[in-house]
Every structure is written in C-alpha cells, then in structure tokens.
Design a protein around this ligand. Structure first.
Ligand SMILES: [Zn+2]
Length: 172
C-alpha cells in the first residue's frame, strides 16, 4: 500500500459506500494507520491509497494519539463559522494553502465493528475530517484554495503531473 499522488484519477472520482465492514475491509483499513504515520500525516482517506471506498483515518490531536477510523462518514452538522488555516495533503507533496473550513463538525459514521458512531470535532480535528470527507467525494483541497495560493502552487502541480505521466505508460 502506498499513497497515490495528484493527478491520479482515483483522487478525482467519488468513492463508493462500504456498507457492511468485512474482514478484508477491516485489515486494509488498519494498514492505513501505520502508512499515515510513516508519511507524517494526520489524516488519510482510502482513495489516497488507491482504494475507492468511503473510509478514512484521522488523528484527534492532543494527547489522544489513537487514530479514529470512520466508515461511510457523513457530516450531519457544521457550526462555529468558517475559519481559514494552512492545509497540506499527502497526495500533494510540498503544496500548502489557506483553506476555509467550519470550526466544528458533527460526523455520523460506522466503525470497523459496524457500530454507528457520532463524532463531534472541533478546530484541527474538524478540519482534518472535512478535508478527508472531501476526498471521499473526489474534491481536492486545491479546488478550495484562493486563486493566489493556487497560482503559487502551479509549478509544483505541473511537476506532479509530469511525474504521474512518467509513471503511467498508457498516458501519451
Ligand atoms: Zn488530502
């Protein structure tokens, strides 16, 4: 398992619902945790490892370093207004930009034991959840950047596109 980078097409398409968590899904989801840590991330969505399902791993931050794994997550409440802060993404190495996110979100999902969970998140954790759930919808943080930040990241984006083309022999 490895992290796929922009512009891999799996990052641009909405992921499929998981439904009931099988052993296979559970094992694969658990593999994402050490990968996220290895890459120094605080969140990782399944499409970012080339897996087109609605599942994410995220760190709560603070003293609680056990990451949470959410299956078929849905934002059911957004509050606290929008706040801009710097964001990066493991699928966009070297690229950062200010992104506006809700300060608080409430997310309904299932855990790996198929139990319903409702997670209340604020600040950085809320930001991570919104970023990762965007991934499940095929929405990338560059599309939420200000035109200025997007302009700034253009050379790096072009480099990623070039690297991707070298990697995929079927691309002209
Ligand atoms: Zn990301």
């Amino acid at each position: 398992m490895r992290v796929v980078h922009y512009p891999d097409p799996i990052l641009l398409s909405p992921a499929a619902r998981v439904g009931v968590v099988t052993d296979e899904v559970r094992l694969k989801a658990l593999e994402m945790v050490p990968l996220m840590r290895l890459e120094d991330g605080i969140g990782l969505a399944a499409p970012q490892v080339g897996w087109g399902v609605r599942l994410l791993v995220a760190c709560r931050g603070g003293d609680d370093d056990a990451p949470i794994i959410l299956v078929d997550p849905e934002i059911i409440e957004k509050s606290g207004g929008l706040e801009e802060d710097q964001e990066g993404c493991l699928s966009f190495p070297g690229i950062n930009g200010d992104i506006a996110r809700y300060r608080n979100v409430k997310v309904r999902a299932h855990d790996l034991e198929n139990r319903e969970v409702v997670v209340e998140a604020e600040d950085l954790f809320a930001r991570v959840l919104q970023h990762e759930i965007d991934h499940l919808d095929g929405v990338l943080f560059i599309s939420r950047m200000s035109p200025a930040d997007r302009q700034k990241s253009k050379p790096l984006l072009a480099e990623l596109v070039e690297r991707h083309q070298k990697r995929s022999p079927d691309t002209p």
